[in-house]
Design a binder for this molecule. Structure first.
Ligand SMILES: [Zn+2]
Length: 377
C-alpha cells in the first residue's frame, strides 16, 4: 500500500487574518470574481474587512447569506449564485455547514475553494469532505473530493469572539486524533485518502495531543476573555490544522464510531460533535485496554477544560440496555472506522466499553468532588 498525505494548498492563521484574505487568494494565482457564502454572523462581523481586502486586491465579489442547512437544495442555491456572479473562486465563511456547502458547490463547478472558519469547533475545515443533510437536518451522505481546500484562512480575532463552548468542542475532536491515528498505524489500515499513514501525519497527531495538554486551559481562559494569546493561537492550530491533517492522513478509529453511535440516541443531539467525540475517546481507551496512566491523563485534561467524561454529560443518564445496544450496533455498523482498531470489535465489546468508560468517568468526578481529584473546577 502506498503512503498518502493530503492537505490544503495553503493554511493562514492569525489575528485579523481576514485583512489579508484578498492577498492570500492572489498569492495562489487565483483571481475574482469571488462568491462569498457567509453565515449571517460572519457577514455581520466581516463585511467591512471583505470590502477592504477585496478592493485592495482588485477582486469583484458577491455575498450569499447561507441558509440553515447543508442540504442538496442549499448546495444548488450556492451553485446558482456562483454562476450568476461568474465566480472563479468560492469562499465559505462560517461554521462547518457553511464550509461543507461551499466545498460541495465548488467541487460540482470545478472551482477552487477557500474556507474561513469562524469557530474552531471541529477539525473539518482543512479536509476534503462534506457532510450533507436533508432539509430537516438528518444525515444524508458524505462526499469526498479529490482535492483539499485551496486555502484555509483562520482569523483568530473572530475565533476569540465566538462562545468558548465551540473551542472546547474543537479540543474534544482534537483529543481523539492521536489515539485514532495510533490505532490506524498499528492496524496498517487505509487513511481517509486511501493510503497508508505517513510519519508526518502521526507526528502531527502527537503534536496535537501535546498542544492540548500544554495549552488547553490557558487557551480557554483567553477565549473566555475574548483575548487572542499565544496559547489560543496554538490551540486553534491544534483544533483546525493538526487535528485536521492528523485525522485525514492517519485515519479515524473507535472514538468517532462511538460518536456516530451516540447520535442514534435523541438525547445526545444538544451536544456538539467534539463533546461526543471526547467521550468516545475515553471509550476507545477502555476498549483498547489502555493503562491507568494513559486514561487518567485524558480524564485530567477533559476535566480541566470541561469536556464530557460520563454518559450523563452527553445527555444519557442511565440509558436502558436496549438504547445501549442500539448505540453499540450503530457504532459497529459495516464501514464504521471502529473496524480500524487492530483487533476485531463486536457490539457487545462496545457496550461494555461504554459502561466501563462511564464508570471510570463517574469515579473520577466523585473523587474530584470529594477533593481527591485534580484539575476539576
Ligand atoms: Zn471529528
Amino acid at each position: 500500500m502506498l503512503s498518502v498525505f493530503s492537505c490544503p494548498s495553503r493554511y493562514t492563521q492569525g489575528l485579523n487574518a481576514t485583512a489579508q484574505l484578498g492577498a492570500e487568494i492572489s498569492s495562489l494565482g487565483l483571481s475574482g470574481p469571488l462568491l462569498v457564502v457567509a453565515a449571517p454572523s460572519a457577514l455581520r462581523a466581516l463585511a467591512d474587512s471583505w470590502r477592504e481586502t477585496f478592493e485592495r486586491s482588485g477582486m469583484a465579489y458577491a455575498v450569499l447569506t447561507f441558509g440553515r442547512e447543508c442540504s442538496l437544495a442549499e448546495i444548488e442555491r450556492v451553485k446558482e449564485a456562483a454562476r450568476a456572479a461568474k465566480a472563479r473562486v468560492v469562499v465559505g465563511a462560517g461554521g462547518g455547514k457553511v464550509l461543507d456547502a461551499a466545498r460541495a458547490a465548488a467541487a460540482d463547478l470545478h472551482l477552487p475553494v477557500v474556507c474561513c472558519p469562524t469557530i474552531a469547533s471541529s477539525d473539518a475545515p482543512c479536509s476534503a469532505l462534506s457532510v450533507i443533510y436533508t432539509e430537516e437536518g438528518v444525515f444524508q451522505e458524505f462526499r469526498i473530493y479529490g482535492r483539499n481546500p485551496d486555502l484555509v484562512l483562520v482569523d483568530t480575532r473572530v475565533i476569540a469572539e465566538a462562545p468558548p463552548r465551540f473551542l472546547i468542542s474543537g479540543m474534544g475532536d482534537a483529543l481523539a486524533t492521536v489515539f485514532e491515528a495510533r490505532a490506524c498505524v498499528l492496524g496498517n489500515v487505509k487513511n481517509m485518502r486511501g493510503g497508508a499513514s505517513t510519519r508526518a501525519a502521526l507526528a502531527m497527531a502527537e503534536l496535537c495531543y501535546r498542544t492540548l495538554l500544554e495549552d488547553g486551559v490557558d487557551a480557554l481562559q483567553a477565549a473566555g476573555a475574548r483575548r487572542v494569546t499565544p496559547a489560543l493561537e496554538r490551540i486553534v492550530e491544534a483544533n483546525t490544522l493538526l487535528s485536521g491533517l492528523g485525522f485525514e492522513s492517519a485515519g479515524l478509529a473507535a472514538a468517532h464510531s462511538v460518536h456516530n453511535g451516540l447520535t442514534a440516541a435523541a438525547a445526545t443531539r444538544p451536544f456538539l460533535h467534539g463533546e461526543k467525540v471526547a467521550f468516545g475517546t475515553l471509550v476507545q481507551l477502555v476498549l483498547e485496554g489502555k493503562g491507568k496512566e494513559a486514561v487518567e491523563e485524558v480524564l485530567r485534561f477533559s476535566a480541566s477544560v470541561g469536556l464530557p467524561m460520563t454518559l450523563a454529560q452527553v445527555g444519557l443518564s442511565d440509558p436502558d440496555r436496549l438504547l445501549l445496544d442500539s448505540i453499540a450496533a450503530r457504532a459497529t455498523a459495516p464501514g464504521e472506522t471502529i473496524h480500524h482498531e487492530p483487533f476485531p470489535v463486536t457490539p457487545s465489546m462496545v457496550a461494555e466499553a461504554i459502561l466501563g468508560a462511564d464508570a471510570i468517568g463517574r469515579g473520577w468526578l466523585a473523587s474530584a468532588t470529594s477533593g481527591a481529584g485534580e484539575g476539576v473546577r
